[in-house]
Design a protein around this ligand. Sequence first.
Ligand SMILES: N[C@@H](CCC(=O)N[C@@H](CS)C(=O)NCC(=O)O)C(=O)O
Length: 223
Amino acid sequence: MACRPKLHYFNGRGRMESIRWLLAAAGIEFEEKFIESPEDLEKLRNDGSLMFQQVPMVEIDGMKLVQTRAILNYIATKYNLYGKDIKERALIDMYVEGVADLNEMILLFSICPPGEKDAKLALIKERTTKRYFPAFEKVLKSHGQDYLVGNKLSRADIHLVELLYYVEEIDSSLIANFPLLKALEARVSNLPTVKKFLQPGSQRKPPMDEKSLEEAKKIFKFK
Ligand SMILES: N[C@@H](CCC(=O)N[C@@H](CS)C(=O)NCC(=O)O)C(=O)O
């Protein structure tokens, strides 16, 4: 039996959470080795395990993969969540990059100084309702199918649904005018693998609180 992938990161969402979502949705069990101190991170660096001295790092199929996008690309390809041909793949890439842009804004919002929060939040809300949600709603409306690409679950649906949960944590009313996104969220959330991941006690991580922000600052040395 193949070894389970081993995820190296701190015990919080950050850049690893999309990897956790993708593996979970693919029905792949994974182990986590949490970085709990600057020394833990230094040890991985000194071992030569981190090509660019950064995490996320995932041990999978005898490799130590770094760079979030590379890791996601590998998992999506391996578990057949990346379209059936290059055209589908191009669409999936385009949608995934759009999701990643808004996701990055939300990630940075969770770690930004209190004085910048209001402006960042206003921009997130504006971009969500005026740019990203209308674009994805339009895709679903244009073909009337159950999933974004090829009428088949792909990484694009999984990353988008992960994002929908984050946006709803910020303000659940933001999705109100996007019924097809709501339906996609329900459909993907009901897949047995995703349903399991959404249960309490899974490896899904909660929103960043003060304590985990302090922990992340200490480990990754940002202010
Ligand atoms: N482009 C990289 C960025 C990784 C990154 O910024 N990792 C942070 C933690 S979330 C880190 O390791 N920071 C320590 C450092 O850069 O020295 C990726 O997507 O994996």
